[in-house]
Ligand binder design. Structure first.
Ligand SMILES: Cc1cc2nc3c(=O)[nH]c(=O)nc-3n(C[C@H](O)[C@H](O)[C@H](O)COP(=O)(O)O)c2cc1C
Length: 354
């Protein structure tokens, strides 16, 4: 079913932006695992809005309430159910959208699919708010992965046409981006990116970008061939994040510029272990991990809700109409989606490993 994913770790995300609550049920977690709730909360805070002018001033309390599955913060074998109550709804902001769908949001496609019964307020079930439960599930899975020596980090690789520093795919190192409001490796480049976002905001417009994620400490041999490879599983789940429009592994599309002799990752032995000299494959061959870091990039489109007047239509009258969007929207989603990409990566990899 659509809002569920996973084989060993099954997650089901529920709620709408303006329903009473949103949340997640996680089934299949290993039993007896102590979950550090302080770490969970600080991970979730990285996604929360209202931190600065770069993100919406919506005051969304992302405080998780655990309904089941933990006893004294230890997993007990029952499905872990978490809810976040919605408190700051401005549903009236969405009245004009009921008949006049926003370009490139899910209003029109969901209207057709659900015969007009879809909840439009705040984007309904298609809202970026639904990524808060994903972050909760990811934060839990990440702690279990961390015990296995697997670490996940990401940075904003680019906003519009401004790039962060290039990373070394073989020797990932530590980026410390989790501690930053604007998670880039090079803060000077970050300032230029922020200027792009501010420019878009002032023009009532929006911008997108790319998030680069690296996973270290993962051993060779995880993933299934053909349709259930790690690339397949990651891509399926990463596309569950609203506004994702692309994913590429290793050097991705740019591999097509190279000769095989330039692109192949030659084997070598380092400290008695089999490694590769380069990591253009992004740690995956044949859908199976090869022991090198997993590296992939996720393309996030510009926020569809912009304040510039746009062309739309009236569904009732079948006429062309002008649309002026109201409400509170991020001029750029990318900096908030960084932790979401990490969360979905953790959920996917724990599922694949178990
Ligand atoms: C963290 C996050 C926050 C988002 N906030 C907004 C927003 O404020 N306004 C908006 O129009 N879209 C926002 N989105 C994106 C929309 O939810 C998304 O574009 C829409 O559901 C259509 O899906 P698609 O872009 O995947 O086709 C957000 C996405 C994420 C991940």
């Amino acid at each position: 079913m659509s809002s569920m994913t996973g084989n060993k770790i099954k997650i089901s995300v529920f709620g709408q932006s303006h329903s009473k609550a949103i949340g997640v049920v996680i089934d299949g977690l290993p039993v007896g695992k102590k979950i550090d709730m302080e770490k969970v909360n600080s991970f979730m805070a990285r996604r929360a809005p209202g931190k600065n002018s770069l993100s919406t001033q919506r005051k969304e309390s992302d405080t998780p309430e655990i309904l089941s599955g933990l006893v004294n913060n230890v997993t007990c074998g029952a499905p872990l159910c978490m809810v976040i109550y919605n408190e700051n709804q401005h549903s009236a902001d969405y009245n004009n959208i009921i008949d006049t769908p926003r370009p490139s949001h899910a209003d029109y496609s969901a209207y057709i699919k659900h015969n007009g019964f879809n909840d439009v307020s705040g984007g309904g079930h298609f809202s970026g708010r639904l990524t808060a439960p994903l972050c909760f599930a990811g934060a839990v899975c990440m702690q279990i992965l961390s015990e296995m020596g697997i670490e996940i980090q990401s940075h904003i690789q680019k906003i519009k046409n401004v790039y962060d520093d290039k990373i070394d795919y073989v020797d990932i190192g530590k980026w410390n981006t989790a501690e930053k409001d604007f998670p880039v490796i090079n803060d000077e480049k970050g300032k230029l990116m922020i200027a792009e976002i501010e420019k878009a905001r002032k023009n009532g417009d929006s911008v997108g970008g790319v998030i680069e994620c690296a996973v270290t400490g993962i051993k060779a041999g995880f993933g299934e061939p053909m349709f259930d490879g790690i690339e397949n599983q990651l891509a399926k789940n990463i596309f569950g994040i609203p506004a994702v429009k692309g994913i590429e592994f290793g050097n991705g599309f740019s591999a097509t510029d190279l000769y095989g002799s330039e692109n192949n990752d030659e084997f070598c032995i380092v400290d008695g272990e089999i490694r590769t000299r380069t990591n253009n494959s992004g740690g995956i061959n044949g859908g199976i991990t090869n022991g090198m870091p997993i590296v992939f990039r996720t393309a996030i489109k510009p926020t569809p809700s912009i304040f510039k007047e746009q062309n739309s239509i009236s569904l009732k009258n079948m006429t062309e109409e002008k649309l002026q969007i109201k409400g509170r929207h991020d001029p750029c989603i990318v900096q908030r989606a960084v932790s979401v990409v990490e969360a979905v990566t953790a959920i996917t990899l724990l599922d694949a490993i178990l």
